[in-house]
Design a protein around this ligand. Sequence first.
Ligand code: G6P
Length: 616
Amino acid sequence: MCGIVAYIGDKPAMPILLNGLKRLEYRGYDSAGVSVIGAVSCKIETVKSVGKIRALENKINGKDGGAKPSLDGTIGISHTRWATHGEPTVANAHPHLSADGKIAVVHNGIIENYATVKKRLESEGVKFVSDTDTEVIAHWISHFYNGNLGEAVQEALKSLEGAFGLAVICEDEPDVLIGARRGSPLILGVGEGESFLASDVSAVVEHTQKIVYLEDDDVVEITRSGFSVRNVSRQQVSRETREIEADLEIAKKGSFPHFMLKEIFEQPEALRNCTRGRLLLDEGNAKLAGLDNSIRELRSIDRIIITACGTSYYAAMVGEYLIEEWAGIPVEVEYASEFRYRNPIIGAGTLIFTVSQSGETADTLAALKEAKGKGATVLSICNVVGSTIARAADGGVYLHAGAEIGVASTKAFNAQVVVLALVALLLGRQRRMSFEQGIEITRAIGALPGLVEETLKLNDEILSIAKDYYKCTNFLYLGRHYHYPVAMEGALKLKEISYIHAEGYPAAEMKHGPIALIDANMPVVIVAPKDALFDKVVSNAREIKARGGRLIVVATGDSAPLDEFASRIIRIPATHPALMPVLASVPLQLLAYHIAVLRGNDVDMPRNLAKSVTVE
Ligand code: G6P
């Protein structure tokens, strides 16, 4: 989604901004731009381009055939855009300028009442040059500007509705950078005589590890010597400066051709980090420090709602099955985008979990707020430390899966499933789960990293399957019980990066519709480990075979009679049946990856998608 990087200090701003934008590239975008207040010209100079940061860089360096702009200032703002209002064009790219060209704005989020404000400005004679909601902000700030940029921003924001992270500069005040947020993430990086604003710490971590997480409705005024944060009523508020760990490795692919493949192969390590210190092998239990404050409350809850989006939603579905089975607590899983507008019933004993890799997904954050507003305790399961959702929740568990850069989530999915398994174990041991069963499950969770390593050895075999199938235009993914969410996630992975239409379905439900689609051109991936429902899944597989469908089966151990009629069998290791989703999802990730690469797609930055969706 849109990314913001801004700088004020004593160094040339441009290289810092470009570098920061490159660090945000993984989040997904379609155009980019920068504005700098020129050291010599004292004017705002802006360069924008469509496509990758490389195109912007070429324009800045005069390598695109045009004149080389003199972007020599030490204060500037920059942006990667993911189109919401208006197509990805140079005119719609940020920064956007006020009519007199003196104020420049970059924006992450959506201004919901932009049409009303635009009408008002147009009636005052303002001419708009883009189709964006952001341009309204630039003109609106200019409307209130009276020599103090901070005041003008604050005044303008009073009447803007929606979500925003903003960075603003004004050529009449070359020593001031303004940042503001409501809903969309924005952090301040504090260096020696220099400061940074960014939508993601990864953009500034190479310069400073001192981070201030801005809160909703904060407006920060930054100069070269310091900063002050003010609230809506322009009162100064204090915000803690936190030291974060510098993790420059996060944006390096190493020997892997893509982040996605690297992250698939990092899963054993991610799961080791995710379970470290959390498995009480002698007690058959889990210890989750982030839930310590809620441990008493957890004993008395009688219902759980888990809310999430995308891949996190499918991990939550696995969590539902685990919690119901091990702890006997009824669980509902709901898309955050539905939950937030549905006036959900939240009783006194209802506990809410949000699941989010990024911790910034707008719908999940809104669902969290909705639940908190109704008096519920909300616990979060997030990967990104210090993310908005993690901070807004009453407690929670971090995945510790390491930075996930590939837009298609892989290692975070499995870490989410494992964290939910730990939660289910903890809740189960508070209730009906025996010591013996607890021991069996803790051991099985502890063995998962090694088994994922084994599973990854199937990579070459899966590549050969991908070579046979990558030209297909439709896929069906089927699974039952724990593997229904796995089938859904497998189909999502494929469509996200290969652009092949794929549907995930509960295997038995297939006969109520999707079976009509099956013919020799429809490969069906069926997840069929040897578990209590194996024979039933075999029957579903036969129904497909009888209609000429081609079967790719994910199986464990002795998979007869499937071997007789499956086109391909991927044989994965076995573990406790409830933990099989962790192993079964790995070949589906690899299959989607190889198919997408064979089709020549940009696997890490698939079209139209964003890593972190900070708009509704
Ligand atoms: C986007 C990403 C998905 C992700 C979803 C939820 O759509 O492309 O990979 O699953 O957002 O993100 P979250 O960070 O909340 O898990």
